[in-house]
Design a protein around this ligand. Structure first.
Ligand SMILES: Cc1cc2nc3c(=O)[nH]c(=O)nc-3n(C[C@H](O)[C@H](O)[C@H](O)COP(=O)(O)OP(=O)(O)OC[C@H]3O[C@@H](n4cnc5c(N)ncnc54)[C@H](O)[C@@H]3O)c2cc1C
Length: 394
């Protein structure tokens, strides 16, 4: 028998689960996830940090607007902290110092705590850096590790307690529109709903095509990550998330190991992404070039998809030809850290309430995030350059 909900959300990653939670006050919700568990794709493969200096301009503002939720979740949402202190270091070579200064000025204007210093001083945060390779460093003490699993669990407990459904093994295979709303065929049966939310991560463009909307330029790129043993006797647990401004690598402590990514961004079909062997080799080379660590043996390697519009900014709101088709997409590397505000924003636009005042105050407009903006409609290449480079140039 067909099941009915006011809001049908396609995708059981952080985007779909968080927007379903934000829609609960406005009607019934059903989240459809093709895998046997939620969070299997990008959400379960992230570095799980929150930094207000990460990502393009509008995404980084949505991080600012998410911080309050993650630091002080609603009463009863979880018994565990959703975030723990990590700190972040950003390392600039001499010719990148102006870019780092611009990021510093912007963060100060947003009320963030940051400190600029000569690169040598960064050794007090992470003793394995080859500080002589850099000129300047910036430390962001309020960068946090996010407990993504607990965040997902908190949302799902609330959805189920409110009578909402999170249906796994429910791959959407066809979407039909009629005067009453949407009919969605899945491998777990048929669902009917008035509003469809496209939160399918790397698959959002395919979902739009199934719904008859045509091509939308929001497409996935693969990123590789590995973990390895830290040198014995190191102060690993206190190390910050460490980025270089040129965006050639980052590393952080991860469950007693060191996680490193060569920050690759390779166009990919939507898929169960795997680590790229060439990128694994690059990750090791960068760690051994820019730190004093040697990588003897890898513990784990994985790949994940990050999905972008050509300008790297959010794709949130109604698709212009169809106000009943809502996007929450294009999160790139900010999907976990900006989840609460982007979900609240998508839900508000889905019910015709516009941009919440606190988010509008950060300079986010409907036009700038619209799925109908020209770069999303155009079949132009997504910029493969780093999100930070785009942010820095803004
Ligand atoms: C290596 C790496 C490091 C990262 N580090 C960070 C970080 O430190 N901080 C941060 O904030 N972000 C980080 N990110 C980015 C973050 O992981 C993503 O932005 C976020 O997880 C995207 O969430 P999502 O829900 O849109 O996508 P997903 O988690 O991929 O969820 C989409 C879901 O839709 C489902 N789906 C697709 N098609 C269908 C269909 N037809 N029917 C039913 N279900 C369907 C998929 O199975 C999937 O589960 C990182 C990403 C990577 C790869």
């Amino acid at each position: 028998m067909a099941r009915t909900a006011d809001f049908i959300v396609i995708g059981g990653g952080i985007a779909g689960i968080s927007v379903a939670y934000e829609l609960l006050p406005h009607g019934s919700v059903a989240v459809l996830e093709q895998e046997s568990a939620t969070g299997y794709h990008s959400t379960g493969r992230s570095a799980a940090v929150m930094s207000e200096n990460y990502g393009p301009r509008l995404w980084s503002r949505l991080v600012t607007a998410t911080r309050g939720f993650l630091e002080n979740p609603p009463e009863g949402f979880t018994d565990l902290p959703l975030v723990t202190d990590r700190g972040a270091l950003f390392l600039a070579q001499a010719h990148e110092t102006g870019q780092l200064q611009a990021q510093y000025d912007d963060l100060i204007a947003r009320g963030a705590r940051v400190e600029l210093m000569p690169a040598a001083d960064a050794l007090r945060y992470c003793e394995v850096l080859r500080a002589d390779k850099y000129a300047t460093a910036m430390y962001e003490p309020d960068c946090k590790d996010v407990d993504t699993n607990e965040l997902m669990m908190g949302y799902q407990r609330r959805i189920r307690a409110a009578g909402g459904a999170v249906v796994t093994d429910a791959r959407v295979t066809a979407i039909h529109r009629d005067a009453n709303g949407w009919r969605v065929d899945t491998t777990a049966g048929e669902f009917h709903g008035g509003t469809l939310v496209n939160a399918a991560g790397g698959w959002v463009q395919q979902v739009a095509e199934m719904a008859g909307l045509g091509y939308r330029n929001v497409v996935p790129f693969r990123r590789t990550a590995v973990t390895f043993d830290a040198p014995s006797g190191s102060n690993l647990h206190h190390w910050p998330m460490t980025f270089d401004v040129a965006e050639t690598f980052y590393f952080k402590p991860e469950a007693g190991k060191v996680m490193v990514s060569p920050v690759d961004m390779a166009a990919s079909a939507p898929c169960d992404a795997q680590a790229d062997e060439m990128e694994v080799a690059l990750a090791i080379d960068r760690i051994e070039t820019f730190t004093t660590m040697k990588v003897a043996r890898l513990s784990h390697r994985w790949g994940g998809l990050r999905t972008f519009a050509p300008d790297h900014e959010p794709v949130i709101g109604a698709d212009p030809p169809d106000a009943g088709f809502i996007w929450l997409a294009g999160q790139g590397g900010n999907g976990v850290m900006a989840s609460a505000a982007s979900a609240r924003l998508a839900a508000s636009l889905a019910v015709g309430r516009g941009i919440p005042a606190d988010i509008a105050a950060l300079g986010i407009t409907e036009d700038a995030i619209s799925p109908g903006r020209s770069c999303v409609l155009a079949n132009e290449d997504v910029q493969v350059g780093s999100a930070e480079a785009i942010y820095g140039a803004d």
